[in-house]
Ligand binder design. Sequence first.
Ligand code: DNO
Length: 406
Amino acid sequence: MEMEQTWRWYGPSDPVTLADIRQAGATGIVTALHEIPIGEVWTEEALLERKKLIERDDKNPLRSRGLTWSVIESIPVHEDIKQGKPNRDEWIDKYKQSIRNVGKVGIPVITYNWMPVVDWTRTNLALELEDGARALAFDFPEYVAFDLYMLQRPGAEKEYSDEIKDAAKARFESMNDEERYVLQKNIIAGLPGGQEGYTLDEFRERLANYDSIDDTKYRQNLRYFLEQIIPVAIESDVRMAIHPDDPPISLFGLPRVVSTEADLQYITNIYNSVYNGLCICTGSLGVRPDNDLTGIVERLGDKINFLHLRSTQRDPMGSFHEASHLRGDVPMYQVMVAVLKEQKRRHAANRRDEQIPMRADHGHTILDDLKKKTNPGYSAIGLLRGMAELRGLEMGILNSGVIYNN
Ligand code: DNO
């Protein structure tokens, strides 16, 4: 059985249309009600309306378009819950209500993340590769340059080696004002699908909220949240999928607790249920050489509710850029074999969630899209290339006998 092929759609304002997605061959839509402020309840009406828009034919609403809203990515978690503030229960109650409403309209999976203050983070949204394609990148010395010279975070210089600090200084000095502004914007102004953006001062204030929250405390806050919401997810038949930290290292001295296999084990053990599951993002986890991606899929496979397939290419300074889907440091063949074996196990166990939703994540900007305005990482042609490659790899594996004859 093939995985369920899905595509992230940013809603009615996405330059990539539902008709485009259909032509790309996806059958599942991954989206969110991005217009709802973080923390507020997603009502049944708003969910249903969006679901109809996705699933029904534009011209003949009695007909299906051939797409299903299969995954919500994401319902963001309010900062007061993450920080464990005294009023967190009020926000948790709203989150529970959203889960119930999602269950009522029949969307099976909710993705969320537990990254403090910033969602996914990059320094460069258009790194030019040798073939002229543009890729998302995280340049560690540039990030350190921002931290030390623009944010001027107290105590930051103690956290980096001399080698990195020298590289950061050289980088900063070589940049003009415009380049510095773009760097700041890329890091804190918010990327598509992420949290809201900040000015430098707002960002400093947000960071200060975490002055007394270390990894241990932050993990306890996650435990508290999961102990509250997972029973509701079970009742509502909605499987939760936590997305790993991207990148999987501490940024700005903030706590980071969803970066390694041990972190994922800890989380799945908090409440041992498929409803307390994972979104395995190979590109995020793959930035750490100590993450054994194939092993993670083998050992935690039964908890995978969603897959982001993409690859990253690391360098020795701690930087990385997004590679094409079958290149880079992610062993995509082995990962996919492990995923397909997991689906086989689910089939044998008569699990309803045998077919795991996957999406090609973060394509390169290529061809005509280089001339268009696109959402960074989400231009149609690059994602189409990624998805086509992944689909071919999957078909090759399924027909090779590796999964079903051994
Ligand atoms: C980036 C995405 C993230 C992800 C959230 C999940 O492309 O992978 O923004 O959607 O972190 O909550």
